[in-house]
Design a protein around this ligand. Structure first.
Ligand code: ATP
Ligand code: MG
Length: 368
């Protein structure tokens, strides 16, 4: 797929800026705080309706304005489409395809596919499980947009069940159990859908990431990725997950009542990253952790390409300078002209002349 144009209106520090992408590779160069990452964020929002920075919509709207708009023309094998995301300081966002408002977000997702790689992604290795779940969820909504809907349903049930638990913190446990059973059933049904899809995605991603990791690290180190649901029993049969889930909820009933919150379910799951059976967090240097994240990102690119049958965009935010020349080349060789790539940098010095010659270079200064 190819992003032809991007139009930012009152988005972050942009007032009104049109950009035409004239080559498969675009380098956005500029000093700090000029708007390079903001531009990448706009593309990421169109692809996933989420952002690495996880700000609220009102933070995305330019200071002093009430609405922001991101507009793009995208060319795919199936034709050209125009995507619009409107963000509002005071009310809900809306999306449109070819000028027509789309009611369900899942109908908007999956048109533009993009993988973003920024220094924040190091948190995938170093940070807590919520960052990894968020990463996997963002990948999944691109692989199968209906997942956005399933995840939303799960979180709705979870919120309601938590509210119920909180309301009844003081109530006698006996009478509660039967009322809670209604929520349990819904939680298990919605949660199992999430667990199964996450597990399936990790099973597909893991061997691709392991192959990239072996190739980049040039060693015999073995990268393993496992989806670890916090219910016991990891069997893949749908019935068995549901039974294990329900069993675990019943086990934790008293603890949930005491804490007034749901302790079991995919909102507590972990994605285990390990190298030679050592948890990646405890493993190696910063450079080795970066290698791991690079392998994950390349695997994401490849998996999306396999599933949607078109190469997604790659958004590289300031990461090139952090890689050593060998890993830089690994990445650049992979990209070539296969993936349309937007790269931000504060200086052009880290690119070889071949790259500079074949890239479009945009100078970013104060939102222009
Ligand atoms: P760096 O090299 O430091 O990463 P950058 O070019 O990537 O810089 P951005 O992250 O794109 O910089 O941010 C540019 C500027 O946008 C920042 O100065 C920030 O204050 C500003 N900014 C962010 N949100 C808004 C907003 N809602 N309204 C106005 N300006 C904003
Ligand atoms: Mg930046």
């Amino acid at each position: 797929m190819y992003l032809k144009t991007l139009h930012l209106r009152q988005f972050r520090n942009y007032q009104d800026q049109k950009v035409e992408f004239a080559a498969a590779k675009t380098i956005l160069v500029g000093n700090n705080a000029q708007g390079k990452s903001n531009l990448l964020e706009a593309v990421e929002l169109l692809a996933t309706l989420r952002s690495h920075r996880m700000g609220r919509d009102r933070d995305l709207v330019k200071e002093g304005e009430s609405t922001a708009q991101i507009n793009a023309t995208l060319e795919r094998f199936s034709g050209v489409s125009e995507l619009t995301l409107t963000l509002r300081r005071q009310s809900r966002r809306s999306v449109a395809i070819n000028g027509e408002t789309v009611r369900r977000q899942m109908d908007f997702l999956g048109i533009l596919n993009a993988v973003e790689f920024s220094s924040l992604d190091l948190e995938l290795v170093r940070g807590g499980p919520d960052g990894r779940r968020n990463w996997l969820d963002t990948l999944l909504i691109q692989l199968e947009p209906v997942y956005a809907h399933l995840l939303h349903q799960y979180h709705q049930v979870l919120r309601q069940r938590n509210a119920f638990l909180k309301r009844h913190l003081e109530a006698p446990a006996k009478s509660l159990q039967s009322e809670l059973a209604i929520w349990d059933a819904q939680l298990v049904t919605a949660g199992t859908r999430v667990i199964r899809r996450r597990d399936r995605a990790i099973q597909r991603l893991a061997p691709i990431a392991a192959a990239w990791h072996a190739s980049i690290s040039g060693s015999t180190e073995v990268l393993e990725i496992k989806y670890a649901p916090n219910i016991s029993g990891e069997e893949n049969q749908p019935g068995e997950i549901e039974q294990a889930f329900l069993g675990k909820i019943q086990q934790r009933f008293i603890a949930e009542l005491n804490q007034g919150t749901t302790l079991v379910g995919p909102h507590r799951d972990e994605i285990e990253l390990s190298i030679n059976q050592t948890p990646a967090r405890q493993y190696g240097s910063q450079g080795q952790q970066r290698t791991l994240v690079l392998a994950l990102k390349l695997a994401e690119l490849q998996l999306i390409e396999e599933v949607v049958k078109e190469p997604p965009l790659l958004l590289l935010d300031d990461v090139l300078a952090e890689l050593d020349p060998y890993r830089q080349n690994q990445l650049l060789d992979t990209i070539q002209d296969r993936f349309q790539t937007l790269i931000t940098t504060t200086h052009l010095g880290s690119f070889d002349s071949q790259w500079l010659k074949s890239s479009q270079i945009l100078f970013v200064k104060a939102g222009e």
